[in-house]
Design a protein around this ligand. Sequence first.
Ligand code: DC
Length: 217
Amino acid sequence: MNIAIDGPSGAGKSTIAKELAKRLNITYLDTGAMYRTVALKALLIGVDVNDAEAVEKMLPSVDLDIKYIDGVQHVYLDGNDVSKEIREHRMSKAASDISRIPAVRLKLVDMQRALAAKYDCVLDGRDITSYVLPDAEYKFFITASPEVRAKRRFDELAAKGETIDFSVLLEDIKKRDYNDSHRDFAPLTRTADSTYIDTSDMTIEQVLQKVLSYIEE
Ligand code: DC
């Protein structure tokens, strides 16, 4: 069984997906973390994330691995656990940029499909319902207003000691929405068969109950 969740950044997808996987005792796959890791590799070796040719050349040397420690997903780049580093604010834009490159997507989609075939999974991302697993048993599109999403990101970063101006975050979120939904290959889109949930005025528990009620039905 696979549960596919798509939506724009900061909509609460990963919080919901993580908790859902825990309650259903299945695997959670954060696909955004994989794009962030490829972007980190590019930044570390000085490859421009917008230079498709250079990124394609780099790809065979990207040693990306995913492991679960106490049920928590850890991402490894060249043998190093980079799970924390990829969450830095600068990585969001870099991941969004590099994810436009089809060769990057093909490499990561292969890994995602292999994991989904092997384990019962909750996967969250931008193209899971439309491209990675169009036949997933359950499909959701989770969103919230840009303002609410920017506020959530602000609080999340503040909790980690990273302070970024709210208006900058809001602009970044809008830019990323545009980037992710306007790329040529597998853009963020809401499929007709996905259940739509706007979480702007909902608590995490309310969203979870809603998702679970569809699954139990
Ligand atoms: O979910 P996130 O914010 O960690 O994702 C970072 C970027 O990665 C996002 O802006 C677009 C890209 N991404 C993607 O293109 N497809 C996915 N399935 C997941 C993420």
